[in-house]
Write a protein that binds this ligand. Structure first.
Ligand code: ADP
Ligand code: MG
Length: 428
């Protein structure tokens, strides 16, 4: 475990990497001896998890000094994590690695690694501004990683066991969350110091006053429009409990989680209502907010018919979906739900989401947020990544996410999120 005081001095770089190129020079040739040496050097350095408080300490108080410390931390930590991702791609079965989607994602990790590992030290605020913009570009380049990997693995199911795909994805997503937190924390601090008027009370990725009610409103409005555009109508959403609760949390994580859970609840409600041939209004979805000293809990309750018993143990598997069944039905592996199930190894799940992946809004399946609405993109279901991703995000800081189904009536999703206050002993 690293304390900030134990971090290496700002000019620290792995041995042998001190002769850095100037900030704006082109990246080295990908197969040059310089790159091979960078890969070799960083491959020997394991990632070093830090307590969240260490990351946050760069912003409290935020000063030119602390920002340069943060840049130094990012520069020595991210290449380590990226190079390990590259290696995990390299350990996939050869034929899976040649899949265009997998190969492209691996290449992006490798390029990002090279960009950061060959970056010269950041010694001035001007250097830092250029560096933080470079970091923003890198974050954008990786926006489509999850759908790309999803498509790659769907095309590779003949060559890899579902359990191995899940293991790879779990590790990839866990590492992606950390990499993005580290990068986005630095980007946020850089913006805050450059233009103090642009930030309100919130410096850094953790919003000390994250308001679930506000995030709920934003996600419900986005998912409601998506639902109406896709399925023709939308249920009402009722907020109950402690509506004015706030807690320290990464707001964007809460957005990802709620967007996925709402998409499922809205879709189930509309489709179940239709399958029942009900003529009355759609039953509302109810979300209850319940704060406690260390956690904030949410319950999302819908009357969308719930999950058939046979599907219960698969709903948290990557690529398990009941979306995209043909009107006649092409499978009978559930026990009466409105749609037949696809899962890793299935074939018909592509129609509802993957085709629009190229449009590049950066998160059609796993990490879509209210902001994505501005690009007019999104799919209500179809990839089968919503629940596993939402659970990964919820559990990242020690929370949890469970779905309890009352088959025939509806489902409850219980989300428990760790308050990220100073005392939270979480590592990233
Ligand atoms: P997708 O929404 O792309 O199908 P998810 O991982 O979000 O993938 O959900 C997997 C499956 O779990 C869904 O296809 C659906 O069958 C089932 N499911 C999830 N949430 C609900 C819910 N609230 N009510 C009924 N079924 C649900
Ligand atoms: Mg979903």
């Amino acid at each position: 475990m690293l304390r900030r005081s134990a971090l290496p001095p700002r000019t620290w770089l792995p041995r042998g990497l001190s002769r850095c190129r100037p900030l704006h020079s082109p990246p080295p040739d990908r197969t040059s001896p310089e790159v091979i040496s960078l890969l070799d050097t960083y491959s020997r350095l394991p990632p070093r998890p830090v307590p969240l408080s260490t990351l946050l300490s760069f912003g409290s108080p935020l000063s030119p000094e602390s920002l340069l410390d943060s840049a130094s931390y990012v520069l020595h930590e991210l290449p380590r994590r990226l190079v390990h991702r590259v290696h995990s791609f390299d350990s996939l079965p050869y034929i899976v690695g040649t899949n265009p989607f997998i190969a492209r994602t691996r290449q992006q990790y490798r390029s990002s690694f090279i960009a950061l590992a060959s970056q010269s030290s950041v010694d001035t605020l001007e250097d830092n501004w250029a560096f933080s913009q470079k970091l923003e570009e890198l974050v954008k380049i990786h926006a489509n990683d999850i759908p790309a990997m999803a498509k790659g693995f769907l095309e590779s199911t003949r060559y890899m066991a579902p359990a191995d795909i899940s293991k790879f994805l779990d590790a990839a997503i866990q590492s992606r969350i950390a990499i993005r937190l580290i990068a986005e924390q630095h980007i946020s601090l850089s913006r805050a110091l450059r233009d103090p008027s642009s930030v309100s009370h919130n410096i850094g990725v953790v919003n000390p006053n994250c308001s679930p009610a506000e995030v709920i409103r934003m996600c419900a409005s986005f998912v409601g429009e998506l639902c109406e555009a896709t399925l023709g109508s939308r249920p009402e959403l009722i907020v109950e409990g402690v509506k004015d609760a706030t807690f320290p949390y990464v707001s964007v994580h809460l957005e990802y989680i709620l967007t996925e859970i709402f998409k499922n609840a809205f879709r189930a409600t509309v489709e179940h209502h239709r399958a029942q041939k009900s003529t009355g209004p759609l039953p509302p979805i109810t979300i209850t907010i319940s704060p406690s000293p260390c956690f904030l809990s949410l319950r999302v309750r819908d009357e969308g018919g719930g999950v058939p018993r046979n599907n219960m143990e698969r709903i948290f598997s990557y690529a398990f979906t009941t979306a995209g069944r043909s009107a006649k039905g092409d499978s009978n592996d559930d026990d009466g739900g409105p749609y037949a199930a696809q899962h890793i190894g299935g074939s018909a799940a592509l129609g509802t989401g993957l085709d629009s992946m190229e449009s590049g809004d950066g998160g059609l399946f796993g990490e879509i947020t209210g902001k994505a609405l501005q690009t007019g993109l999104g799919t209500i279901a179809g990839l089968g990544y919503g629940l596993p991703l939402a659970r990964r995000y919820a559990s990242y800081f020690g929370g949890s996410l469970e779905l309890v189904s009352l088959y025939g009536h509806g489902a409850d999703v219980f989300i428990k999120l760790r308050s990220l206050d100073r005392g939270a002993d979480v590592e990233i």
